[in-house]
Design a protein around this ligand. Structure first.
Ligand SMILES: NC(=O)c1ccc[n+]([C@@H]2O[C@H](COP(=O)([O-])OP(=O)(O)OC[C@H]3O[C@@H](n4cnc5c(N)ncnc54)[C@H](OP(=O)(O)O)[C@@H]3O)[C@@H](O)[C@H]2O)c1
Length: 331
């Protein structure tokens, strides 16, 4: 096979990170049973942290960036896959411990590969990406832990982001009353179009400092962490669930055991990367079926080629992008 393009991330001796498009051959990629001719990838918050070096995402260097990819199998030494099969990969160590999806070709272990379910194509899969997968995982965990629409409104934080937007869309589609918390109140119409019944301005929140605040939320999907997650633990109603997905506002969590032992509140951890293959396939099957996002086109902010990634990463980290950027590897 001839050389192909890849957005690769390096670390210099002084610890600084530099990344850009370069020419690789298959021999440069990590080993794996399946080679995929990549068609689309996506931009997640984590991709922006990895590509700019502003978060410690890569555990070895150099690696091709991109935690998600979809395309067609080029070759496989595992009989579960044949050339031409349409597949997707999200998480699974891509751009953390192994070469990722920002390349024309990707090589991965067969365990990481999910056959593209009926009902979605490669573009839709990457418009959904890890953000939508994580939101779906959060919704499924809420349901598994008996979250019911009658328990009251679900607050989604970081609502204009990828995870947040999908959480609003999916929960509203299932009949939950969704309230969206955002730092961009000007995006209220967008959030309402996704299904939010109410939109709250993050800057107008009064977090309080009591161990238990007035219990107003039936449950929550939290993409931001920090003080907001702590406040959620104090303000969710009895037996409500909080799915903790993200850390856009911080990694600290200052709370007490009182919400857990006096209100039966559950804090559910969402970890998309090392999800077991069977669960991974089950989540994607639902994303192609009853959890298929109803407003996917509205949530796509735009497409970008490999050369435009650096600029998009800056916008993502500055919180300026509403929704999802799809990476078009044919552009
Ligand atoms: N656990 C997992 O497996 C998993 C999977 C995917 C993502 N994540 C994490 O989930 C988070 C969201 O990911 P994403 O891809 O949706 O990112 P994203 O598209 O960049 O969205 C993040 C959103 O968080 C809000 N935000 C940004 N900075 C903030 C701050 N300082 N304080 C409060 N809110 C802030 C913004 O929404 P508003 O302006 O609307 O508030 C922003 O759009 C990230 O932390 C990511 O690392 C975790």
């Amino acid at each position: 096979m001839t050389a192909f393009r890849a957005y690769r991330i390096h670390r210099a001796e002084d610890g600084s990170v530099r990344a850009g498009v370069e020419s690789l051959t298959l021999g440069d990629l990590n080993p794996g049973e399946v080679v995929v001719r990549a068609r689309y990838s996506g931009v997640n918050y984590k991709d922006a942290l990895a590509g700019t070096g502003r978060g410690r995402i890569l555990r070895r260097f150099p690696l091709v960036g991109g935690i998600d990819v979809a395309g067609r199998v080029e070759s496989s030494t595992d009989t579960a896959f044949a050339p031409g099969d349409r597949v997707l990969i999200t998480g699974c160590g891509l751009s953390e411990t192994r070469d990722g999806g920002y390349a024309d070709y990707v090589r991965v272990p067969a365990d990481c590969v999910v056959p593209l379910p009926e009902g979605i194509d490669e573009y839709e899969a990457m418009a959904i990406g890890t953000a939508g997968f994580s939101a779906a995982l959060a919704v499924m965990r809420l349901q598994d832990n008996h979250q019911h629409p009658d328990m009251g409104p679900i607050l989604v934080t970081g609502a204009t982001g990828g995870v947040g937007g999908f959480a609003v869309d999916l929960l509203a589609g299932l009949g939950y009353e969704v309230h969206a918390l955002t730092g961009k109140p000007e995006a209220a119409a967008y959030l309402q179009a996704l299904g939010a019944a109410q939109v709250l301005d993050r800057r107008e929140l009064t977090l309080g400092d009591r161990p238990l605040e007035s219990a107003q939320w039936g449950g929550a999907v939290d993409a931001v962490g920090g003080e907001i997650l702590a406040w959620l633990t104090r303000s969710v109603r009895p037996y409500g669930n909080i799915a903790a997905v993200g850390l856009a506002a911080g990694t600290e969590l200052q709370t007490t055991v009182l919400p857990f032992i006096l209100r039966g509140v559950s804090l559910l951890g969402i970890h998309s990367v090392d999800c077991a293959p069977a669960l991974r396939r089950a989540v994607w099957a639902r994303l192609a079926d009853d959890l298929k996002p109803r407003h996917l086109a509205r949530m796509v902010a735009g497409t970008v080629g490999l050369e435009g990634l650096d600029e998009v990463f800056e916008q993502v980290l500055a919180g300026r992008i509403r929704g999802r950027m799809v990476v078009d590897l044919a552009s």
